[in-house]
Structure formats: structure tokens, C-alpha cells
Design a protein around this ligand. Structure first.
Ligand code: GAL
Length: 657
């Protein structure tokens, strides 16, 4: 791959099809406008049919054919799907779930990343692939493994994992009393006399100690990064000059993607808008029904912005849904035009490449119901014509349409540790990702561009920094905001925990107290059906609390909006806003509007269900609604149709003047 190179790709598994079909496949890809092919990530048993055997000839022939057809390749290392003989060699390599049940052969992701033999075998096969194919002219990039944590496997409770976890704890705390103090083990007689007594947190009658659960998350997050780094290093050594990426799965927060991506040249993610909506629900009432065939207006964009941050400005889509998936509770057909729509939204957010999953629907095995660009009978599925259309549109647009976006004035802080903390101690709060998405959606409804950042980012270029859920902010967080001189907006529970996962000293918001000028005296969580209305001073009621609300002592802060009992709901001190509850959409819109105004960021709300993203001097508009929408911006049209934007339609406008 080349930076700033906008290309279409497809996932192709030559090992699953007769070799006599390969050339026809690749020539059809080329004719469709595809330039990149992703392959190899599940082909371990074909490369190493038995212990000590290697058969790379077929893959070399496949790469030759790709090259001859004018296509480039992203080659995947196959650790996610180990062959049966490796399990014979290491019967204890199976992943073990929290209840103690070992996984089994007959699928993928069944191995434990903490098993040294399995981890070594992954490095060996990656190194061998890199040696054999690393210099092949078709190979432009490497993908390490496939979706760490997919199928809920981000952690394993195996005996090997327990050993490494103890070692990790020993390095972190040094002596067992320090661990006992940090975890609060005087509670319920949970003290340990030795690190050797500690197990990974398992289901217990009264729930595990949240500090224990958090450390297990931290341990696994670091372990996964190490597992990845060893393969990335091996591949780099033998295939210099090629990009190295990993494909993260949307809606997955089991490990720190920022940390793992530090070892990559760019981040990639897998985008399944209809599967995500079915599985996770969307924003607003009846979202599952309303956006059934196009996806939630903010899900894909949120992940584009998140992975652009993980990749330090560089990201791509390794898998794009081309039709119905097979893995959600229900799997609708996309709206005609949706495949093109999703593709353009990815490019508008800066993706360098977008690859569809998969080329042809595979009529056997686990994913036989998953659509491809071709039907199982080899005829084009509806997505194929849309891909060809995007390819023609891409070719027709001037290079200047893809100028890089300037850093956004608004940054939204996303923190994996807070996701783990919230899950370890939900207390009735909304899921962490949903909370962040709700703030993100409000910013998008205001029509502003957003960059997502990790908590340790430099905020100098920003005007507004939004931290929806940052339970244990880095010690220098408030100081960094202050020296950057930006406005800040914090959501409830920010600063409520210490790094050891105890309640903040002297009550929340802990190390944000001085910046915010308030103390959180009490909190309550609410059933999902209950709304607590919020009234703004000198304005009509705007919005309500849902899920969570706090009782605030606003000693040095000004109260902007209150609950019915007079308690502060929205507070501000200087340029630091605090929302003392989870807000419904109306409340989030109101508080975001205030914060943007204070920050001097111009809001330009698009019509309902339209979303906008700018890069260079081009504004890209996407209509997620089911009715035509009149564009709210003016400019010279470079893509789309004159007049209203149809449902599922895209409009690109170059600002004139
Ligand atoms: C992804 C995975 C692919 C394929 C796809 C089906 O999560 O990376 O290999 O299984 O889902 O939607």
C-alpha cells in the first residue's frame, strides 16, 4: 500500500477454490476496478500440511497470478486458524474460558495466545512466509493475524495464562502486601500471602474484585501487543518496505488498540454496519428498524475516526460488508446503493484502501450464508455493480478531492481502560462504547468534524476536547488541557477512580476536581425506562438524564442546568464543562452546542440523518435517512446529483471561494 493511495480491495481465499479458477477470478477483479487483494490469513494448514512440512508453491502461484493481473496483495499471517497437527503437538494450547472450559479444534481463535509453543509457531510461520514471499512484487503489505479478540476471545484463563499473569503482577507490585493494599483485599478476607496463590479472576458467587479484573485486562492487553509485535518484527525483517497492519474488529474493546497499533504502520478495521446495528443497537428510538438496511449514522464513522487515530493518521478497511452477513441475530439485505455509500464514507474519513469481504460466497462451512461480491454460482451479487461504480467514480475524481483533512478542531478522547473499568463495575451505567458513541453522534449532529484521540494525546491543535468516559485520567490530563488552552467537556464518572481502581481520593472527580470546581457527593443509576428531566437556566427544558445521575456540590463551578430537585446537571468552571449524568440525545445536543460555542467552533447542523465530513476543501455529505434531504452546505458538486440527496445518497461539494 502507499500512503494517500485510494484503492479498492477484496478478500480472496485461493486455497478454497480450484486453481483452474484463479486467473479468471483475478481478471474479473481487475475489470471491476479492484487493485488490492487480501489473502492468506486462514491458510496455515495449506502452507504447513504437517509438522515439518512446507508447501508454499501454491501461494507463490497465486501471487504470480495476482501480479500478472495487475493486482497488489496484502498477505496475512495465519495465527488465527492453527492446523490440527499443531494441537497434536501442543494439546494444552487451547484457549480456556472464564468458566474453565477449554475450546476445541473445528473453528478458529481456539488457541491461547499465552501458550509459548503456539506463539512461537505463529512467529515461525510468519517468518517463513516473509522469507518466501516478502520480496514478491505483488506483496505491498502484511496483515498480522486476524481480529485479535474476535468471538469474545480477548482473554484466556488457561494454566499458561495464569503463570504469566502472576509474573506480570509480581513485576507490577513487587511485594504481595502492595498488591493486597492496592486491590483492597482486607475486604472479605481476600488477602494473599504469595503471588503463587493468585488465579485469573473466575466466576465467583459475589463477583470478582474489580481491581483484580482490571489487572487481568491490563495483563492480556499487554500480552496481545507482545504476541503481535513478535510477528510484526519477523515480517519486517524479511519483507522491508512493506506496510504492516492488523485488522481490528468494530465494537471490540477487549485490549488497548492504541497500544497494539504502536507496532503497526497503519491500522485497519473490519466494517459490518448492518451486523453492528443488529448486534449493538443504534442511537435514537427505533434505530434498529429505521436504519435496518444502511446502518447507524455514526457507527462506521466513529470507527473510521478511531482507527485513523490508532494508525497515527493512516488507516484502511480490510473487510467491508458487501451484502448480508451470517453472524448477527438477523441479517438484512443492504439498501441498494449502501455498499457504495459505505465505501465513500470510509474515503471521506481518510481510508487509504477499502477491501470487501469477500470475493465469492463460499457455499460450504461456517460462512456459507455470508454474502460475497459474487454469488456462490459465480454470478455477480448486487454489491459487485456498486463496487464497479465506485471504481469509475474514483477514477473520474481529481486527485485534489482527496487532500488530507486538517486536524479537527474537536477531539474526542477514547480510553480502553475506562471500557474495562465500566465493565468490571457497571453499577447500572450504559456500556462505555455506547456512551462515547452518544457524544460523538451529538457532535456529528452539530455538523463538526471530530478526531478521536487516546488520553495521552497532545491537545495543542484543538479547540474543544470531549472526554465522555475517562474514569482514571492520567495525572497530567487537566494540566495538558489547560496548557493547550482548549475548552473541555467531561461526561459523568470522569475522574471517579484511581489508577488502582479504587474510588477517587476525596470523592470524584478526583484529579479533575480543581479544573472542574465541583465534588460528586453521590451517584445513582436508573432503570433504562426512567428519564430525569433537565432544565437549562433561562431556557426551555432541554433533554433528560438516563441510566445515571450524580449529586453535585458545585463549590467553584457555575450551574448551567439542573434536575427537577435543583441539583446541578450541567456545570462549568472557566472552559471546563461537566455533565453530571448520562444524557439523552436532546441533552447531549444542548451541552455540545454550549461547549462548541464556548470553544469558538462553528456548528453547522446538517438535516436530520445527514452526516458530513470534510477533507481539504471538499465536504462529503451522507444521507442515512429514508427521505430525500436538502443539503445545508453550498459548493461545486464533484460527486452526486443536483437537488436533494436521496436516501443512501452521497454528495461531495467543493467549497467555492
Ligand atoms: C470478520 C472476520 C472474517 C469473516 C467476517 C464475516 O470478523 O475477520 O474472517 O469471518 O467477519 O463477517
Amino acid at each position: 500500500m502507499r500512503p494517500r493511495d485510494f484503492s479498492l480491495g477484496v478478500c480472496w481465499y485461493p486455497e478454497q477454490w480450484p486453481e483452474s479458477d484463479w486467473r479468471r477470478d483475478t481478471e474479473r477483479m481487475f475489470d471491476m476496478g479492484i487493485t488490492v487483494v487480501r489473502l492468506g490469513e486462514f491458510a496455515w494448514s495449506r502452507l504447513q500440511p504437517a509438522r515439518g512440512q512446507w508447501d508454499g508453491d501454491w501461494l507463490r502461484r497465486a501471487l504470480d497470478i495476482l501480479h500478472e493481473s495487475g493486482l497488489r496483495a496484502i498477505l496475512g499471517t495465519p495465527g488465527a486458524a492453527p492446523p490440527r497437527w499443531l494441537l497434536d503437538q501442543f494439546p494444552d494450547m487451547l484457549r480456556v474460558d472464564a468458566g474453565g472450559a477449554a475450546s476445541a479444534f473445528g473453528s478458529r481463535r481456539f488457541a491461547c495466545l499465552a501458550h509459548p509453543g503456539y506463539a512461537r509457531a505463529c512467529v515461525c510461520v510468519a517468518r517463513r512466509m516473509a522469507r518466501e514471499f516478502g520480496g514478491h512484487p505483488a506483496v505491498c503489505a502484511w496483515q498480522i493475524d486476524n481480529e485479535y479478540g474476535c468471538h469474545d476471545t480477548a482473554q484466556s484463563w488457561s494454566a499458561r495464562a495464569a503463570v504469566l499473569f502472576r509474573r506480570w503482577l509480581c513485576t507490577r507490585y513487587r511485594d504481595i502486601d502492595a498488591l493486597n493494599r492496592a486491590w483492597g483485599n482486607a475486604f472479605w478476607s481476600m488477602q494473599y500471602a504469595d503471588f503463587a496463590q493468585i488465579e485469573p479472576p473466575r466466576p465467583t458467587p459475589g463477583g470478582s474484585n474489580p481491581a483484580h479484573v482490571l489487572d487481568f485486562h491490563r495483563f492480556w492487553s499487554a500480552r496481545t501487543a507482545t504476541f503481535n509485535r513478535r510477528q510484526a518484527n519477523a515480517v519486517r525483517r524479511h519483507s522491508p518496505g512493506r506496510d504492516v497492519l492488523h485488522d481490528f474488529m468494530g465494537f471490540s474493546t477487549g485490549f488497548d488498540h492504541f497500544a497494539l497499533a504502536a507496532d503497526l504502520d497503519l491500522a485497519a478495521w473490519n466494517s459490518y454496519p448492518l451486523g453492528f446495528l443488529a448486534r449493538h443497537g443504534g442511537g435514537g428510538d427505533n434505530a434498529r428498524e429505521k436504519y435496518l438496511r444502511i446502518g447507524d449514522p455514526d457507527h462506521a464513522a466513529f470507527h473510521h475516526d478511531l482507527y485513523r487515530a490508532c494508525g497515527r493518521g493512516r488507516f484502511c478497511i480490510t473487510e467491508q460488508q458487501p451484502g448480508p452477513v451470517n453472524w448477527a441475530a438477523y441479517n438484512p439485505l443492504p439498501l441498494p446503493g449502501a455498499v457504495r455509500f459505505w465505501t465513500w464514507e470510509a474515503f471521506a474519513h481518510g481510508a487509504e484502501m477499502l477491501s470487501y469481504f469477500r470475493w465469492r460466497q463460499m457455499p460450504r462451512a461456517q460462512e456459507q450464508m455470508h454474502a460475497g461480491l459474487l454469488r456462490p454460482d459465480d454470478r455477480p451479487a448486487p454489491g459487485a455493480a456498486e463496487v464497479a461504480q465506485v471504481a469509475r467514480e474514483l477514477a473520474a475524481l481529481p486527485e485534489s478531492a482527496f487532500a488530507p483533512a486538517a486536524p479537527a478542531e474537536v477531539a474526542l478522547v477514547f480510553d480502553y481502560q475506562s471500557c474495562w473499568m465500566r465493565d468490571a463495575l457497571p453499577h447500572g451505567d450504559a456500556p462505555a462504547l455506547a456512551t462515547c458513541l452518544a457524544f460523538y453522534a451529538a457532535l456529528r449532529r452539530a455538523g463538526v468534524d471530530v478526531d478521536i484521540t487516546p488520553p495521552h494525546a497532545d491537545f495543542t491543535a484543538r479547540r474543544l476536547v470531549v472526554a465522555p468516559l475517562l474514569l482514571a485520567p492520567p495525572e497530567d490530563f487537566a494540566a495538558r488541557l489547560q496548557s493547550a488552552g482548549c475548552t473541555a467537556l467531561f461526561g459523568a464518572r470522569c475522574g471517579s477512580a484511581t489508577a488502582e481502581f479504587a474510588l477517587a481520593d476525596d470523592l470524584p472527580p478526583g484529579n479533575l476536581r480543581e479544573a472542574l470546581g465541583l465534588t460528586v457527593l453521590r451517584v445513582e443509576s436508573l432503570p433504562p425506562t426512567v428519564e430525569a428531566p433537565v432544565a437549562w437556566r433561562g431556557a426551555e427544558n432541554r433533554g433528560a438524564a438516563i441510566h445515571w445521575r450524580e449529586v453535585i456540590d458545585a463549590h467553584d463551578a457555575q450551574t448551567l442546568a439542573t434536575f427537577a430537585d435543583g441539583g446541578g446537571a450541567v456545570l462549568v468552571r472557566g472552559g471546563a464543562f461537566y455533565l453530571a449524568c448520562r444524557g439523552n440525545a436532546a441533552l447531549l445536543d444542548a451541552v455540545v452546542a454550549r461547549a462548541l460555542r464556548h470553544a469558538g467552533v462553528e456548528a453547522a447542523p446538517p438535516p436530520a440523518d445527514v452526516r458530513v465530513r470534510r477533507r481539504g476543501d471538499v465536504a462529503w455529505l451522507f444521507n442515512y435517512g429514508d427521505a430525500p434531504a436538502t443539503p445545508h452546505l453550498a459548493g461545486d458538486m464533484i460527486l452526486g446529483e443536483a437537488g436533494a440527496i436521496p436516501p443512501g445518497g452521497v454528495l461531495a461539494l467543493r467549497r467555492n471561494g
